[in-house]
Design a protein around this ligand. Structure first.
Ligand code: 5GW
Ligand code: MN
Length: 362
């Protein structure tokens, strides 16, 4: 009898112990889950502090021409959008690595350079096209030097430099197997013309020359510098780049052409991302199709007296609604120090050079 009672007592103690263990374990795991999900959502850095510092720095720059009330308004706006508990920020911080049509979005950590390099033949030839018209020739030196350091290192690269001033093109020592070709073009007057003329010139050259010389083309702005590795991971059939100013924005706020009278029109029901006109890539055939279609649309708009809101970029975005890119580059491949959320990027591979717009375009 005694042994039975003491045994029952020990059963109760065991049960109590187990209960206590479960309570403590679930409290600990609840806190752990909360901690892990916070880290996953916001990263380990105190994002709020980083963003506040970024914005304050931007506002204090001499080139920031906002007046005091404008600055205050901007800060107030940022306070709302930067609250890490807000739904917007939660959404923004989950960066997509696949498009809805399952094309990869290239971020640091999503690719293996060694493996990718083994998938491309050693005799792969890549064309890098760039326009340097009027005062923009001054960007070429640093552009080319940085490309030699970071762009398709160890690969055969053809630089195609479209310019109105062949004599002013700097001579940069190029690595073995890499060459520069100067292609003379007329200086167009209004700036949109130069920017848009690129589509015409590229489609012509793709048809008549690039076919024979390269397999892929990468078409970029010249007011840029390479700042980190840019390699074969950017090559694909049709490659577009997320605009650094809009990759965290909801679709309804993207600056597409909203007037149905323009051929660049994108309706509220259409559009996926907002792509940047300053860098796109693809096979020669795809770049030919893209630049030819965009140029045709630009000409048709012009004949109706319409110019798309962001010029060639608007037409590029329209084209990419119908022809989904097979690969999308993250803003690592097109960054500008004036953009927010730089803390989300592990690398800033291709950077816009800060320029005095009025001076350079005069
Ligand atoms: C651009 C704006 C106003 C007046 C002229 C130009 C211009 C552009 C020019 O005088 N020369 C020239 O070669 N371009 C080419 O078009 C450059 O490759 C330049 O990178 C590209 C797009 O123009 P950006 O860079 O001024 O446009 P954002 O949107 O990058 O500022
Ligand atoms: Mn530019």
């Amino acid at each position: 009898m005694r042994t039975l009672q003491s045994c029952m007592g020990c059963q109760y103690r065991k049960l109590l112990g187990l209960l206590l263990f479960y309570i403590i374990a679930s409290v600990i795991s609840w806190h752990l889950i909360k901690l892990i999900s916070r880290m996953a959502l916001y990263g380990e850095c105190p994002v709020n502090a980083t963003w506040v510092r970024e914005i304050s720095e931007l506002l204090e720059r001499p080139s920031c021409n906002l007046d005091e009330p404008q600055k205050n308004k901007m800060l107030a706006h940022c306070k709302i959008t930067m609250d890490p508990n807000s739904q917007t920020v939660r959404m923004m911080r989950s960066l997509p690595v696949l498009t809805p049509w399952l094309a990869p979005i290239i971020w640091e950590g999503t690719f293996d350079t060694k493996l990718l390099n083994s998938q491309f033949k050693p005799d792969l030839q890549v064309g890098l096209t760039v326009f340097a018209v009027k005062k923009y020739v001054q960007f070429l030196q640093n552009f080319l030097l940085s490309a030699e350091e970071h762009f398709m290192v160890g690969r055969k690269v053809h630089y195609y430099i479209f310019t109105d001033q062949p004599k002013k093109i700097p001579t940069i020592p190029l690595h073995h197997g890499r060459s520069a070709h100067i292609l003379e073009i007329p200086a167009h007057q209004p700036w949109q013309e130069i920017s848009m003329y690129r589509m015409e010139a590229l489609s012509m050259m793709a048809k008549h020359r690039f076919y024979n010389e390269v397999q892929y083309l990468v078409c970029v702005d010249v007011d840029m510098v390479f700042n980190d590795h840019v390699g074969v991971e950017i090559l694909g059939e049709l490659v577009a780049t997320l605009h650094p100013g809009y990759f965290t924005m909801p679709r309804y706020s993207l600056p597409y052409e909203h007037r149905p009278s323009s051929l660049a029109y994108i309706s509220p029901a259409e559009g996926d991302f907002y792509y940047m006109g300053a860098i796109f890539a693809g096979t020669v055939a795809q770049i030919y199709q893209l630049t030819y279609a965009c140029n045709r649309a630009i000409i048709a708009d012009k004949s109706k007296g319409i110019e798309a809101v962001w010029h060639d970029e608007s037409h590029l975005n329209r084209y990419l609604v119908r022809h989904k890119p097979t690969k999308v580059l993250s803003p690592e491949y097109m960054w500008d120090v004036y953009m927010l959320h730089g803390d989300l990027l592990k690398k800033k591979r291709f950077l816009a050079v800060t320029k005095d717009h009025e001076e350079i375009r005069s």
